[in-house]
Write a protein that binds this ligand. Structure first.
Ligand code: NDP
Length: 339
């Protein structure tokens, strides 16, 4: 009999998540039925979307999220023992999966996928640069911003999983001038010195509008927005006519509830008079092209055009701390939990 640990949603988050909002429970799993297989989690992901998305679901569910795990028992010949999968199985150590049935919370309608051949790369990358965040960077930048060579791209949340990836595609694949906005000097140094960004702005110590004007005196063509709020308003007001903004996330307001939503500068005047295009997106829009994104990102890693960093927290029990830490900016690159 296999014992599984999982985090159950005991209370809906209000403002910053609290330890008492989730409850760690243990349960015995039943024997496998035909068509099922048993997955043991190796790496789990904590992502910003979890904070707002989980509110849509009833209390008592397993906390939502993706993991990479190894198949340790199987009654399904397409998923043999020893192979690894990536899937939205939630915050749990062991899971019985029936690929024909929906997962417990079918977030982006993805069935568990067998990992592609990664050579000597870590399987954990399938939660980051070779997974959902990597595809968010790939499709969001190329399909929404549609940058042209020589243009100027600004990325907020630039030292995180999606942002660091967007900036590097912009710089090393598309030949753009890239300006990143992030929350510490150390992160800014990493962006410029290791990832090749042209400029980086620390939004906690600098006036973003003033620093942007210095870094891009002629204005901005493309904005990849991970954070929303005042940072984004400052960027939008410096966009050139016909600039394009891809609105990927709004982490600056995820911890606010309806009554305490932060206010930011109104955007309509600059949208109208500079004829800007601002479009939100969810990466599942490109689920039919999922493996194209993964393969392209893999190719760019192998060609040395794309670097990545993971901030790894050890121990399944520490998932909550890793989650809150990521929301507070303690991660550089992708926040991962190693079981
Ligand atoms: P990150 O790895 O970027 O981690 C979150 C980061 O957000 C932190 O490290 C922190 O960095 C920054 N942050 C936290 N609070 C604030 C704030 N108030 N203002 C500015 N920055 C803040 O996460 P991801 O790369 O996984 O996600 C980035 C964004 O992309 C999120 O908004 C997420 O929701 C969105 N997303 C959207 C998808 C889609 O389909 N649309 C898919 C995947 C992600 P710092 O130290 O710089 O503050």
């Amino acid at each position: 009999m296999v014992k599984a640990k999982r985090f159950v949603v005991a209370k809906h988050f209000q403002n910053e998540p609290k330890t008492t909002d989730l409850q760690l429970v243990e349960e015995e799993l039943p024997a496998l039925q035909t068509g099922e297989f048993l997955v043991q989690a190796e790496y789990l992901s904590v992502d910003p979307y979890m904070r707002p998305y989980v509110l849509k679901y009833p209390l008592g569910i397993t906390m939502i999220g993706a993991q990479v795990g190894k198949i340790i028992e199987s009654k399904n010949s397409q998923y043999p023992v020893g192979k690894r999968i990536v899937g939205y199985l939630g915050w749990r150590t062991h899971t019985i999966v029936n690929p024909q049935a929906c997962t417990e919370v079918d977030l982006i309608s993805q069935k568990p996928m067998l990992l592609p051949d990664l050579g000597n790369l870590s399987p954990s990358l399938c939660l980051g640069v070779l997974g959902m965040p990597g595809n968010t960077a790939y499709f969001g930048l190329l399909e929404i911003c549609k940058p042209k060579q020589g243009e100027i791209l600004v990325v907020s949340g630039a030292a995180g999983a999606v942002g660091s990836h967007v900036g590097q595609i912009g710089k090393h694949v598309l030949g753009l001038t890239v300006i990143g906005i992030a929350g510490s000097d150390e992160k800014c140094k990493w962006l410029v010195e290791e990832l090749g960004f042209d400029h980086a702005i620390n939004y906690k110590t600098e006036n973003v509008a003033v620093s942007l004007r210095k870094a891009a005196p002629t204005g901005i063509d493309c904005y990849f927005d991970n954070v929303g709020g005042d940072i984004s308003s400052a960027v939008m007001y410096q966009m050139k006519p016909f600039g394009r903004a891809a609105v990927c996330g709004s982490i600056s307001s995820y911890n606010a509830d309806a009554s305490s939503l932060p206010k930011a500068t109104i955007l309509q005047p600059v949208l109208v008079f500079n004829q800007l295009k601002m479009e939100g997106f969810i990466v599942s829009r490109w689920s039919d092209r999922w493996s194209e994104g993964i393969q392209k990102n893999l190719q760019w890693i192998r060609e040395g055009k794309l670097r990545y960093r993971e901030t790894v927290t050890k121990g399944f029990e520490n998932m909550f701390d890793a989650f809150v830490g990521m929301l507070q900016g303690k991660n550089t690159g992708k926040a991962i939990i190693q079981v």
